[in-house]
Design a protein around this ligand. Structure first.
Ligand code: 3HC
Length: 695
């Protein structure tokens, strides 16, 4: 006999003879909202009070088991029962509770499962603790229960990487008790529960397990070693260290003490600035796909074959993205040597991935097999998408697009990978500007996640929808931007670059500027970056005027890392050292320009480099070049190494206060002129006490 009781709008208790199924249905991902938490507690209570029930199965409907705590509740007044209370309540149940896992059991979802007495899962399920990616730690017992199941080493890896693992791996590690039939999770879970009852199996509580943690007790070196091995990866982030401290406590302290520490550290993180920034990024990454005037059901165009013009660094990297996604690509180059070189570089890239064990040699061949080289644009006639990735020169691009117009089949999407140039001008070279747009990849294009999709005045909505969807298909995060010089990313780089160059003439040294931005969280500062990229990009001896430090360095053949010297001196391991010679070049140039050098504080360096970016971002918003401020944040985090724990330039501006940014900009404007003039939008928001998110 089966009967059902509705606990609330998202939880139902069904009785299947002596087994109760606690069924949760809270789309889209069954996040553990207040209502879900209430429903679980009440359901367990009712099942406990029902003498006919011997065991409970906790099951979620829809696409996944609980995907975690409800992130949108963080930062708001707490609602009881809180997740740790729910978890304790489940574990304390006098009747066995079996979690039935499918989809992604993440964060608080996995913690809920770990508080159950048994866990069964379909093999396609994944489990993990992604909290660290939100600047958090598992705050409902996860840091204390996980190591008791898998040992501290694996627990450290899971909580600090945030990466999910497969159900199969979870079974091997001891997180999951049994893998069950993919097609009938619920029936299998009920059968499992019946078996537990029939065999009178004990109420297995993870909190009581000792064998995996006891060997590590009193061995701080395990944790020290882990910290050292990951220091580079964790630099600047608070959450990894907090996670490590909790695992350490799980090993060395009684369960309840560990839980107390976990609670305290979770509270610190959840109310801190880094987690607020990382949560902002979580939602921003999901917002970015939403385009106000292009609905989700806009039809996309089929893209089965791709053409790339240019087999250089960009063209090669872009081609790899599509080959990786299984799409055939024709790469066109002007000269046979360049084509051969380009294809050779791609092969070497794949082979080096294979050598690292991240791809098989068959995969290398399969992907290379999808790439066809050609010396004729005509060979692109049957491509559905053609991306031009040649030298950044308007005349050349225009010529290519007018030729493409005659060659490409009707309806083919014609994209330019320009980083700065006017996409409308390029589109105007064709009779089909509606099919033209920008697809701006970032170097190395096979690795960097960002793709700026540049919307021209006449670009068709279906073309935009297709480019966004293709971006998703090749694993990018695509951001729709409008036409202006440098679009969003490179346009905002300019003020930072300008200020960095001025600062070294006014009194700072390149290593001072680089240190401040590195400490802020960038992987490297602008001068170290310039050395890496090569100082002679766009420079030639014939046209060099020797008016900037960069030009003088190039004239002296200090062209960056590749020549062993640039703004820095480099040793044979490419370790950078400040250069006396460069210092003298800078002092001489300051003197020549009549600039009286002064001591410049770190604060001034930071404010001039960063607040000018916030200001430029505000102008970009004002002009409608970006759809929303959070899109700008996504560009800078994924394309330029902006530290994710600072949420992106626009979020950071809000965090320090737009009023403060305006005040500092005005001060610099009075001292250094109009480049610092706050944008009208920034002024208005600051005056109204509002933020970008209120727009
Ligand atoms: N809370 C609130 N909303 C959530 C959410 C969560 N935990 N997880 C997903 N969502 C929302 C998304 O914002 C999105 O909303 P939208 O449609 O309005 O944009 C919707 O659910 C669907 O999400 P995705 O677009 O990401 O769907 P996918 O199918 O691509 O991915 C997923 C599903 C793998 C579950 C992915 O959403 C995900 O990784 N979610 C976050 C998981 C997570 O971080 N959990 C830990 C939370 S912190 C925690 O549990 C603390 C605890 O220890 C105390």
């Amino acid at each position: 006999m089966s009967s059902a009781t509705r606990i609330n709008s998202v939880v139902e208790l069904r009785r299947e003879v002596e087994i109760a199924v606690l069924a949760v249905n809270s789309p889209p991902v069954n996040a553990l909202s207040a209502q879900v938490r209430e429903g679980i507690v009440e359901g367990i209570r009712q099942a406990g009070a029902d003498a006919g029930i011997k065991a409970v199965v906790l099951h979620c409907e829809g696409r996944t088991f609980f995907a975690g705590a409800d992130i949108s509740e963080f930062g708001k007044p707490p609602k009881h029962p809180m997740l740790p209370e729910v978890v304790d309540f489940i574990e304390a149940s006098a009747k066995p509770v079996v979690a039935a896992l499918h989809g992604t059991a993440l964060g608080g979802g996995l913690e809920t499962a770990l508080a159950c007495h048994y866990r069964v899962a379909v093999s396609s399920a994944k489990v993990g603790f992604p909290e660290v990616k939100l600047g958090l730690l598992p705050g409902a017992g996860g840091t204390q229960r996980l190591p008791r199941l898998v040992g501290p080493e694996k627990a450290l890896e899971m909580v600090t990487s945030g990466s999910p693992i497969s159900a199969k791996a979870a079974k091997e590690m001891g997180i999951v008790d049994e893998l069950v039939d993919e097609k009938d999770l619920l029936a299998s879970a009920i059968a499992f529960a019946r078996q537990v009852v029939a065999e009178n199996r004990p109420l297995k509580k993870v909190r009581d397990l000792e064998d995996k943690i006891a060997p590590a007790r009193g061995k701080p070196e395990i944790f020290e070693h882990f910290r050292k091995a990951n220091a580079r990866k964790f630099r600047g982030f608070e959450a990894p260290e907090y996670n490590i401290r909790c695992i350490e406590a799980a090993v060395n302290q009684p369960f309840d003490e560990g839980i107390r520490l976990e609670r305290q550290l979770f509270q610190e993180l959840v109310s801190g600035e880094q987690s607020a920034a990382q949560r902002h990024v979580f939602f921003a990454e999901r917002q970015v796909w939403k385009i106000p005037d292009i609905s989700d059901d806009t039809p996309t165009l089929p893209v089965k074959k791709v053409g790339i013009i240019g087999a250089g660094t960009m063209g090669g990297g872009i081609s790899m993205n599509f080959a990786n996604a299984g799409l055939p690509v024709t790469i066109v180059e002007a000269k046979p040597e360049a084509l051969e070189r380009g294809l050779g570089v791609i092969r070497r890239n794949y082979e080096s991935t294979a050598k690292k064990g991240r791809m098989s040699m068959e995969d290398v061949e399969r992907r290379m097999g999808l790439l066809t080289g050609s010396l004729k644009l005509e060979d692109l006639a049957d491509c559905d998408l053609i991306i031009e990735a040649v030298f950044e020169n308007m005349a050349i691009k225009k010529e290519i697009f007018s030729k493409l117009d005659a060659i490409a089949k009707p309806g083919a999407i014609l994209a330019t990978n320009t980083s700065y140039l006017n996409v409308n001008e390029i589109a105007a070279m064709t009779k089909r500007p509606e099919s033209v747009l920008g697809m701006h990849f970032f170097s190395p294009a096979n690795i960097m996640r960002l793709l700026e999709v540049v919307r021209g005045d006449k670009t068709d909505k279906r073309v935009i929808a297709t480019a966004m969807q293709l971006g998703r298909q090749i694993g990018k995060i695509a951001v729709l931007v409008g036409v202006c010089h440098g679009f969003v990313g490179n346009r905002m780089l300019e003020p930072r670059q300008r200020e960095a160059n001025r600062l070294i003439l006014e009194g700072a040294m390149p290593w001072d500027v680089d240190r401040v931005l590195y400490e802020f969280g960038f992987p490297m500062g602008p001068f170290a970056m310039a050395d890496l990229a090569g100082l002679d990009i766009g420079w030639s001896r014939e046209t060099s005027k020797g008016e900037t430090v960069r030009e003088i360095l190039c004239e002296q053949d200090r062209r960056g890392q590749k020549t062993g010297a640039g703004f820095y001196d480099y040793d044979e391991n490419r370790t950078a050292k400040p250069s006396k010679l460069v210092e003298q070049i800078i002092l001489d140039l300051s003197a020549k320009k009549g600039i009286a050098r002064r001591t410049i504080s770190d604060q001034e360096i930071l404010e001039r480099c960063i607040y000018t970016m916030v200001n430029e971002g505000a102008k970009i918003l004002e002009e409608g070049i970006a759809i929303r401020a959070s899109d700008i944040d996504i560009v800078w985090i994924n394309g330029y190494g902006w530290p994710v724990y600072r949420g992106g330039p626009m979020f950071y501006g809000e965090q320090v206060g737009l009023g403060h940014v305006v005040e500092r900009l005005r001060d610099y404007e009075a001292r250094f002129g109009a480049d610092f003039k706050p944008s009208a939008l920034l002024e208005r928001l600051a005056a109204e006490g509002r933020g970008f998110r209120d727009l």
